[in-house]
Ligand binder design. Sequence first.
Ligand SMILES: [Zn+2]
Length: 210
Amino acid sequence: MTPEYIVVHTAAFNGNNCDRDMIDRWHKDRNWSGIGYHFVIINNKHNSKADGTVENGRPTNKTGAHALGLNSRSLGICCIGHGDINDFTPAQYESLYRLVGKLMSEFFIPVSKVIGHRELNILADNEIISSRYRTSKSCPGKKIDMDFIREQISSSVSHTDVESSQVTDETRLAMTNAIAVLQQYRAQFPNAQDELDEFIHHPEVIAMTQ
Ligand SMILES: [Zn+2]
């Protein structure tokens, strides 16, 4: 998986000692292969782990299970705590900015593609994902201002522009024709239409067809 977005979440759990292992158990109970987030950031309600500790979840080369409709294109970071009740702690913010900055430069992700889970609805409004993936969740929480987070990240990391790939006119034409053929026969693969839409709207594909 080549991640294109970073999605910020809250654990939406106000209890003590929540961490990667607790979430791993929750997600296994849902019959998932284990924790659906790629990273977890501990808060000050843990007895033995320091506030702001970053724990690894799913490896970044594995597709996560945290943002339905965008999983195949994103990394998921879960901040422990309940974002509807409490803001992230200062130590969590510090770790979040550092982690996001590192992932942005590693995977060439612009700050505009660092989003909160609830902002999947903006992607649906813009037809980047299917409208069936709209979410009613407030995640990462009512206390969390994603614009503020993006501003902080912008001022703390140097902006990385995604390099545009070199595509010949021949490739462009072949790709455009191939997609036209798929579109023409889409009724014949009713269960794969979302995947086709996701493919067509992928920036790499857009870059190759415009
Ligand atoms: Zn979420």
